[in-house]
Write a protein that binds this ligand. Structure first.
Ligand SMILES: Cc1cc2nc3c(=O)[nH]c(=O)nc-3n(C[C@H](O)[C@H](O)[C@H](O)COP(=O)(O)OP(=O)(O)OC[C@H]3O[C@@H](n4cnc5c(N)ncnc54)[C@H](O)[C@@H]3O)c2cc1C
Length: 388
């Protein structure tokens, strides 16, 4: 793993960052990874892992100081997501979803909204991001959830599906359409829905192939009354909030996918250095070395591109949607490819639950589907080359 150790050294973390990363690595090794199999099998919410993450104050990493946070760099946040996800993909996505849901509030919320809504998140509250609906997946503009103004309130009606943390989140970033705006795209608006608001219903929790400990909920809003003060921006600002928030969450889901890819890569290398057939270690067969070389190279390239995107983000660039699409697409394809090869390299054992690679392959699949399917990302990247 010399290449990856060198890559990590080149990140030149400062002393505070190094100390935090060491703490997160210990947490991952001692608490999160050992429990991952249990949570995957039981499908139980990994409360102990979330408590341990909160004991380290990791939500504070992305919340500004004025609202109870202790922010460090986005690069550091992404590294934390990767380390946690390598230990347990379910726990990784639960943690990252707090950021995905709350970053738009941090970016476009008013001072009053941030003072009121963010301290709970900084202390370890759960966030969610609710876009998808039964009839609106890849094309989110087809959403039907309605926001109807009523004096100082907004009446919310509609159904969202596949919402990570949706059943338990303290704050949900919710997208819907402003009833008084006719144009379907211009009507999209965003608000923060607070836990405990009457009219909220959890319809069901999905039974899934992977990420079995990360709750995925179908939720409904039945004449739910939300304070107008919770609207982000103005009525109709939702589409631009949605697009800019996805640009920021995609590097984060890429870091999560790279966590899965890294776990699979390490398990594969360990196993084929040990397992022998025909009197030779599996790694000594040249075909397997070629495969390993390709995967290691792609993993190193993806990590470097993630660092590059994080750099754009940190320098305050606003136009990095394509770069974010590229890393989301490549990291998730790689997680699927490496975990599939890792199962293959374990032979029959890889298909059995005794080895972690079986879980990693199941966990990897969704990374190609959520936050924009990889077909959609290919389309976004490809069409950027069409000459006007
Ligand atoms: C475990 C899990 C967690 C999730 N978490 C969240 C969450 O927290 N918040 C949230 O809002 N959503 C969440 N989602 C939803 C997820 O983002 C959507 O499933 C995804 O965007 C795809 O939408 P869809 O399932 O409706 O598929 P569809 O849009 O119906 O797509 C079906 C197929 O058609 C393809 N397709 C669609 N449009 C095109 C096109 N233009 N060109 C080529 N191919 C196309 C797709 O790539 C896909 O292969 C989650 C989903 C799952 C399963």
């Amino acid at each position: 793993m010399k290449i990856f150790e060198q890559l990590e050294r080149q990140r030149h973390w400062n002393e505070d960052e190094r100390m935090l990363l060491d703490q997160v690595q210990r947490l991952a090794d001692q608490v999160i990874a050992p429990a991952a199999e249990h949570y995957d099998r039981s499908g139980e919410f990994p409360q102990k892992n979330v408590d341990a993450i909160n004991a380290l104050g990791l939500n504070a990493l992305f919340v500004p100081e004025a609202y109870g946070g202790a922010p460090m760099s986005i690069r550091l946040y992404l590294r934390v997501v990767q380390i946690i996800s390598e230990a347990c993909a379910s726990t990784g996505i639960i943690y990252a979803t707090n950021y995905h849901g709350m970053k738009p509030l941090i970016d476009v919320g008013t001072e009053e909204q941030k003072q009121r809504l963010l301290p709970l998140i900084a202390e370890g509250g759960l966030g969610a991001l609710a876009i998808t609906e039964p009839e609106a997946g890849s094309d989110a503009t087809g959403m039907k959830t309605s926001f109807t103004p009523d004096g100082d309130d907004i009446i919310v009606n509609g159904t969202k599906i596949f919402i990570t943390n949706g059943n338990i989140a303290d704050r949900i970033l919710l997208f819907g359409k402003w009833s008084e705006i006719d144009d379907p795209k211009k009507a999209i608006s965003a608000l923060i829905f607070e836990k405990g608001t009457p009219g909220f219903e959890v319809i069901r929790l999905e039974e899934k192939m992977g990420h079995r400990a990360s709750p995925t909920a179908a939720i409904a809003f039945n004449n739910a009354r939300v304070k107008r003060a919770n609207l982000l921006g103005n009525p109709g600002d939702g589409l631009s909030i949605l697009l800019s928030s996805l640009n920021k969450s995609r590097p984060s889901v890429a870091a999560h996918a790279l966590g899965i890819a890294t776990a699979a890569f390490k398990d594969m290398v360990t196993y084929i250095n040990d397992r022998k057939q025909s009197g030779r270690k599996i790694i000594e067969f040249q075909g397997n070395q070629f495969m390993l070389a390709d995967l290691a190279t792609d993993l190193a390239m993806a990590e470097s591109w993630l660092d590059y995107v994080a750099g754009l983000f940190e320098r305050g660039e606003s136009d990095f949607g394509l770069e974010a699409s590229m890393i989301k697409m490549r990291a998730s394809d790689l997680a699927m490819r490496i975990s599939t090869e890792a199962v293959q390299m374990h032979g029959g054992y890889g298909y059995c639950a005794d080895y972690r690679v079986e879980r990693l392959m199941r966990d990897a699949k969704i990374t190609q589907i959520w936050e924009g399917t990889n077909q959609v990302h290919r389309q976004l990247i490809g069409r950027s080359f069409i000459k006007k």
